[in-house]
Write a protein that binds this ligand. Sequence first.
Ligand SMILES: CC(C)(COP(=O)(O)OP(=O)(O)OC[C@H]1O[C@@H](n2cnc3c(N)ncnc32)[C@H](O)[C@@H]1OP(=O)(O)O)[C@@H](O)C(=O)NCCC(=O)NCCS
Length: 301
Amino acid sequence: MSQNPSVLHTVLDAVDIRALAEFYRRLLGLVYRPGDEPPGDPAPDDGDWLVLTRPDGTRTLAFQHVEHLERTTWPAPDVPMQLHLDLTVPDLAALEEHHARALALGARLLLDRSDDPDEPLYVYADPAGHPFCLFVAEPATEDLDHLVVDGRDLTVQRAGLADVPAIVGLLRDDPLGAEREVEDPEPYVAAFHRIDSDRSHLLVVVRDAGGEVVGTMQLTLLPGLSRSAATRLQAEGVRVSPSERGSGLGAAMFAWAHAWGHERGASLAQLTTDLSRADAHRFYERLGYVATHAGLKRPLD
Ligand SMILES: CC(C)(COP(=O)(O)OP(=O)(O)OC[C@H]1O[C@@H](n2cnc3c(N)ncnc32)[C@H](O)[C@@H]1OP(=O)(O)O)[C@@H](O)C(=O)NCCC(=O)NCCS
């Protein structure tokens, strides 16, 4: 069986979605998905869909505009509670697999929009009659920012599955990586899904104007109790393509990564680098990293 569907967020219907979103944003300490913030005057605030996330970007609640909403009379049974779950799967094959599972588990099909090329989707009633949706998630690739390095425009993106071969190519194109990486793509694809499904991780690719992957790094937010409950930003798998090295791209990637971590509450950045990488040590020291600790590793057999 492929990976189980995951809950993307819970969707609440409302006539005034801004008012409801504001209520939950304040009550739960959430933030708007970029682009969903209240528009400044005089722009109209007339969207029909808003999303709130945790500060780390994890989706939590969405709000769907409706013209009329009959208030639930709960606990009286006349008008029941109204909300629905959105469940996502990565591709069409998984959609069909989990469609069959949902029906087998007792879901009743309410809407079949599985032939929609943009968002193949089914809507069901769960056994208690609550509607829920199962659909193929939007492509995982997501523009995060633009960098100008040495006069060139580069795009910072959340890596998608299609980027995995290029990332592994960069990891391998290195004296240490050449020894460590395997030919079989399967473990990399499985690892990609584990990383991508956890919003504490961000696998980054940097693309040039032609769409080529010229840099990568994996960022992780590590919550902790020590250091007055500091959140750490951990960087791993940092690579700039050989043709781009020395252009300032590595420094620009780290400036971006530090800002990404800081915005999400990290107060300390940390990394390890092989003792043989003298150039990389110089690079990190220039970025303000200090070798205050010894990094120890051992294989787990
Ligand atoms: C380390 C790395 C990410 C830096 O990115 P970059 O785009 O080359 O970095 P910048 O242009 O911003 O800075 C250049 C500095 O990077 C360092 N550097 C490390 N490897 C380098 C390389 N092969 N070529 C050029 N600079 C390199 C040097 O300190 C250089 O400064 P210098 O002028 O004093 O030599 C990149 O060179 C790389 O991918 N190297 C190979 C893999 C590696 O060491 N990764 C880090 C593992 S923890």
